[in-house]
Write a protein that binds this ligand. Structure first.
Ligand code: CA
Length: 242
């Protein structure tokens, strides 16, 4: 079966270049040249991968990315963002919002195809690949309420049911549980989990916490597991662990 790729790109010559080369590599290509049409196509959930330009007329690429990640049908569809050189910051945000990869224009077609193949391979239903390995090997199992975390397999279960978390979400949850009862500041979370100077980008933490909450079904309510300490950070309550 030929894999289907949606290309959302408003620059005609890039569109054509991509289409020509993808078809040459046996992909089936659908084109959208603006954000509205692109979003409409993307949300059908019919594609194996989406190539998504950042700056688009109508709705921009970040919004499309966000919407796709918020919908069950398109949650796992790989997204490769296409950005111009000057859009450095948005690139990062794109990854935070759930894009799988990005390429800066102008890019080599060969590399684009390689990245597409790599992204497609990552969605193969090999669950262990969902979360990449990070070396840390203390106590393997961590539990909190109905959540179990396997630090070796990077696996999270809630009531025995496996949850699909990204590596960062996994690490956030792990850190919060390991430090239960203590408030972790956004800066300290950034520092420990992202591991490099990310000054001023503390909203990255908020975005990830929001995603994490959705996945562990910890959305707004009076007894939220992950507590927001306004202006400071997050914590998981000590007494909730029984
Ligand atoms: Ca554009």
């Amino acid at each position: 079966m030929n894999q289907r790729i949606l290309v959302i790109e408003d620059e005609m010559h890039i569109q054509e270049l991509i289409k020509y080369n993808l078809e040459k590599n046996n992909f089936v290509v659908t084109l959208a040249d603006n954000g509205i049409e692109g979003l409409h196509q993307a949300m059908k959930g019919d594609f194996d991968l989406v190539l998504l330009d950042l700056m688009l007329p109508g709705i921009d690429g970040l919004e499309i990315c966000k919407r796709m990640r918020g919908d069950k049908k398109t949650r796992k569809t790989p997204i490769i963002m296409l950005t111009a050189k000057s859009e450095e910051f948005d690139k990062v945000l794109g990854l935070e919002l759930g894009a799988d990869d990005y390429m800066t224009k102008p890019f080599s077609v060969k590399e684009l195809i390689a990245r597409i193949r790599a992204a497609l391979r990552r969605v193969e239903p090999n669950e262990d690949e969902e979360i990449e390995a990070v070396n840390e090997n203390t106590d393997v199992m961590l539990t909190y309420q109905d959540i179990t975390l396997n630090k070796e397999k990077y696996e999270v279960r809630k009531n025995g049911e496996k949850l699909v978390l990204t590596l960062k979400e996994f690490e956030l949850l792990k850190m919060l549980i390991e430090n239960k009862g203590r408030v972790l500041t956004r800066d300290s979370l950034l520092d420990k989990i992202w591991g490099y100077d990310y000054a001023g980008e503390t909203r990255t933490v908020d975005v990830h916490i929001r995603h994490l909450r959705q996945k562990i079904h910890d959305e707004d309510g009076s007894n939220q597991m992950i507590e927001t300490i306004r202006g400071v950070g997050y914590k998981i309550n000590d007494e909730g662990d029984r």
